[in-house]
Design a protein around this ligand. Structure first.
Ligand SMILES: [Zn+2]
Length: 255
C-alpha cells in the first residue's frame, strides 16, 4: 500500500522534475478514484491499519503555494484531504533554500494558507525549519530544527504535529532518536529501503514526478516494479544531495 509524495503542482516551467502539471495532477487523482483507490492523510493511513489495498496516503513536501492554488481545488472538489510537510522558516517566502537551476523561484504557503488547509481537515507535518539535511547537522542544530519547527506549527495550528518529512529524504539512527525525543510519532523518507532504521520513523514513500505518465502512475499505485522505481528515486535523491552539497559544503556540519 503506497504513500505518495508530491512536491509542486505547478504550471510554470522549471528544470526540476519534482513537479507535476495541474492537469496531470487532476488526471492522476481522477483516474485513481475511478480505479477504486481512495486517498487519506498520513495520520489516517497509519491510525487504522487496514487490509484495504486501495487506500493511499497522499503527502506533499515543502508546502509550496502551488499546492494551495492547484492541488487543493482539485482535492476539495473530490472531498480528499492530504498531508503537507512545511518548512517553517520559509513560510510566505521564496524557496531560497534550493539551488536555482531554472532561474525561477517558487513561494511557500504563508501561515494563513497553512491554517486554511488545516481547518479544511488537512494534516500539517514538519519538514524542519530550514530544509537542511539533518544527517549533516551538529546534534544541537539537528535538535533545534526538529523541536522548533514542531513548536511553531503547533502554536499556529493549536493542534499536535505528529510527523516529520526529512529534507532530501535523509535520516539516520541519531536523527530518529531526536525525532522521538521531540515528540514525533513517525517520519517519512523517499523510496529507498533503509531496513536498519526503525520502520515507523522511516516510512517509505513513492515520489510522483513530471515524467509519471498515466501508465507509470498506475504502476506506482499498484506498487509494481518497486526495484526500478527505487533506482529512479535514488537518482533523484542524488541530484537533491548535489543541491545540499552546494548549499551546505561537503561533509561538514553547518550549525
Ligand atoms: Zn523538501
Amino acid at each position: 500500500m503506497p504513500i505518495l509524495a508530491y512536491h509542486m503542482v505547478e504550471p510554470r516551467f522549471d528544470l526540476s522534475v519534482t513537479r507535476v502539471k495541474p492537469p496531470q495532477f487532476r488526471r492522476q487523482i481522477e483516474r485513481a478514484l475511478t480505479a477504486g483507490y481512495h486517498f487519506v492523510t498520513l495520520g489516517a493511513y497509519l491510525a487504522s491499519p487496514s487490509r484495504d489495498e486501495k487506500r493511499v496516503a497522499l503527502t506533499f513536501d515543502d508546502g509550496y503555494d502551488s499546492v494551495y492554488d492547484h492541488a487543493w481545488p482539485v482535492l476539495r472538489a473530490l472531498d480528499i484531504r492530504a498531508t503537507v510537510f512545511v518548512v517553517t522558516h520559509f513560510m510566505g517566502k521564496m524557496d531560497d533554500w534550493d539551488v536555482n537551476f531554472g532561474n525561477i523561484r517558487f513561494r511557500h504557503m504563508d501561515v494563513t494558507r497553512i491554517q486554511a488547509l488545516h481547518d479544511a481537515g488537512w494534516e500539517i507535518g514538519s519538514h524542519t525549519c530550514s530544509h537542511f539535511d539533518l544527517t549533516r547537522l551538529s546534534p544541537q542544530g539537528r535538535r533545534e530544527e526538529l523541536v522548533l519547527s514542531k513548536q511553531e506549527l503547533e502554536a499556529w495550528l493549536h493542534a499536535p504535529v505528529r510527523y516529520i518529512s526529512y529534507p532530501f529524504g535523509n535520516t539516520n539512527a541519531a536523527v530518529i532518536a531526536d525525532c522521538r525525543a521531540a515528540g514525533y510519532q513517525g517520519g517519512v523518507v523517499m523510496g529507498r529501503s533503509q531496513v536498519t532504521l526503525e520502520a515507523s520513523y522511516a516510512l517509505k514513500r513513492t515520489g510522483v514526478y513530471l515524467f509519471d505518465f498515466p501508465w507509470l502512475f498506475s504502476q506506482k499505485l499498484l506498487a509494481k516494479y518497486e526495484k526500478m522505481f527505487n533506482l529512479i528515486q535514488r537518482g533523484i535523491d542524488i541530484c537533491s544531495d548535489g543541491t545540499v552539497l552546494v548549499r551546505q559544503g561537503i561533509g561538514k556540519p553547518i550549525k
